[in-house]
Design a protein around this ligand. Structure first.
Ligand SMILES: *Cc1c(COP(=O)(O)O)cnc(C)c1O
Length: 440
């Protein structure tokens, strides 16, 4: 390595780099044109919340839905205003009732675990796999009770879950599966696309995801009845069921989860780019991994056999015993070497020690307070039956506290030389780590 000023930035030396990393930008002329077309039409959304032709939304929404369904090889795609809304619709569509249990992952964005609560169902946390970070099938199995109705599984960081094992468990116990594929568009398991493995899959179009429309979400399914129920919940179900002649009104309390024509027009252009942006992420991660292959004790998380990763986040596994300093000290020192990223300056260097705190440690689960003050719906389970204590998922806690490193400095827009700077920062700190020992 040439030209590295050896003193670590965190000890007062020069940073590897001070110029901002380039922003991740997928909004181009095509999106501007698509938006202007909708603006010129004057109809920025066309939904009606009653049984009418426009109950299904306007031209852009419907075109997005049919294009998305085709791209993912599913029968139905339903556009909503976020993946959070989509997960809520999916839970409601399944006839989930208060007191039912849904097995969820402790490592994800919060809605992956809180969506059941909206229907009075109880989230039950299973542990995750230490290498792949998705729900561990054996832990899922151990959490099944007569009240369990579904598994809400996340393809975390863009890696598909253990589809074969989860499918087998679901079949054996007659459980529905909702697949949260918000981080995994175009990821594959045995040649099939993530998001299509459960009864319903959910994607996100929020600003931080691979492709976006500012905000937005898509639910995919091959089940006609589920698709119908999702559409009803999206758009004021209770005002529609009578006119439409829906007999089973379970969970037919609707919302306004509608995506606008403007966002749908943007999303249609974005969908055309999703394969490319995922492939570029894969290339960038491969390049970084080739540069970082010499660090004993810090290795890229393995790829599950038979899968293609979508790399929403690029994970590494850290071994403190081998490296000799705590993970958080290492991460702090690497961050000190690197610059912020354009358009996301306020978030600091896009690197983390761990990911989101294990979700059962959030106040909503620790205090069991969601609706009102009396503990509903948690009070619907038998006292002591469902635990949210620290320690219930030891694998996720160890990953979060000690051994997982995440970063996003591999998004398209990063040149080879930008990626070299990321690698140089890791290697500089790795080589100089002995000087960080005395600090502890
Ligand atoms: C981003 C994300 C969501 C929520 O997406 P929104 O569209 O912002 O509601 C849900 N689950 C996971 C795993 C996510 O990464």
């Amino acid at each position: 390595m040439k030209n590295i000023k050896k003193t670590l930035a965190i000890l007062g030396g020069d940073k590897v780099r001070t110029d901002l990393f380039p922003s991740y930008r997928t909004m181009m002329e095509e999106e501007k044109k698509a938006v202007m077309k909708v603006m010129d039409s004057g109809a920025l959304s066309r939904y009606l919340g009653c049984w009418h032709e426009d109950f299904m939304g306007g031209d852009e929404v419907r075109a997005l839905e049919s294009e998305w369904a085709k791209e993912f090889g599913v029968k139905y795609a339903i556009a909503v205003n976020s993946a959070s809304s989509g997960l809520q619709c999916a839970v409601g569509a399944l006839h989930i009732s208060p007191g039912d249990e849904i097995i969820v992952s402790p490592y994800s964005m919060c809605i992956s675990a809180t969506a059941p609560l909206l229907y009075g169902a109880i989230p039950v946390f299973a542990d995750i796999e230490k290498d792949y970070f998705c729900l561990d099938p054996e832990s899922v199995r151990a959490k099944i009770t007569p009240r369990t109705k579904a598994i809400l599984i996340v393809d975390l960081f863009g890696l598909p879950h253990n589809v074969a094992a989860i499918r087998e468990i679901a079949k054996e116990h007659n459980l529905a599966v909702i697949e949260d594929a918000a981080q995994a568009p175009m990821a594959e398991y045995e040649g099939k696309l993530a998001g299509t493995f459960g009864d319903m899959g959910v994607f996100s179009l929020n600003y931080h995801k691979h492709i976006h429309a500012g905000e937005g979400g898509i639910i995919v399914t091959d089940d006609k009845e589920l698709a119908e129920r999702v559409r009803l919940i999206r758009n004021h179900a209770e005002a529609v069921v009578e006119g439409k002649g829906v007999e089973d009104i379970t969970n037919m309390l609707g919302f306004n989860f509608r995506l606008t024509e403007l966002q749908a027009a943007i999303a249609r252009e974005q969908l055309k780019k999703v394969r490319n942006v995922v492939d570029e992420r894969i290339e960038n991660c491969k390049y970084l991994e080739s540069k970082l292959s010499g660090m004993e004790g810090i290795v890229p998380a393995p790829l599950r056999p038979g899968t293609k990763h979508a790399y929403y986040i690029h994970p590494f596994i850290y071994n403190e015993e081998v490296v000799g300093i705590p993970r958080d000290v290492f991460v702090g020192a690497v961050k000190a070497e690197l610059p912020l990223t354009g358009l996301r300056e306020k978030e600091g260097v896009l690197m983390g020690a761990g990911y989101a705190k294990p979700l059962y440690l959030m106040p909503i689960f620790q205090q069991r307070i969601a609706f009102g003050k009396s503990g509903y719906p948690f009070t619907l389970s038998e006292p002591g039956a469902v635990s949210y204590e620290k320690g219930i998922c030891p694998v996720v806690e160890d990953l979060h506290e000690n051994s997982l490193i995440t970063h996003e400095m591999m998004r398209p827009g990063m040149s080879r030389s930008d990626l070299d700077d990321v690698a140089t920062a890791f290697l500089k700190v790795y080589e100089g780590r002995d000087l960080l020992k005395e600090k502890n």
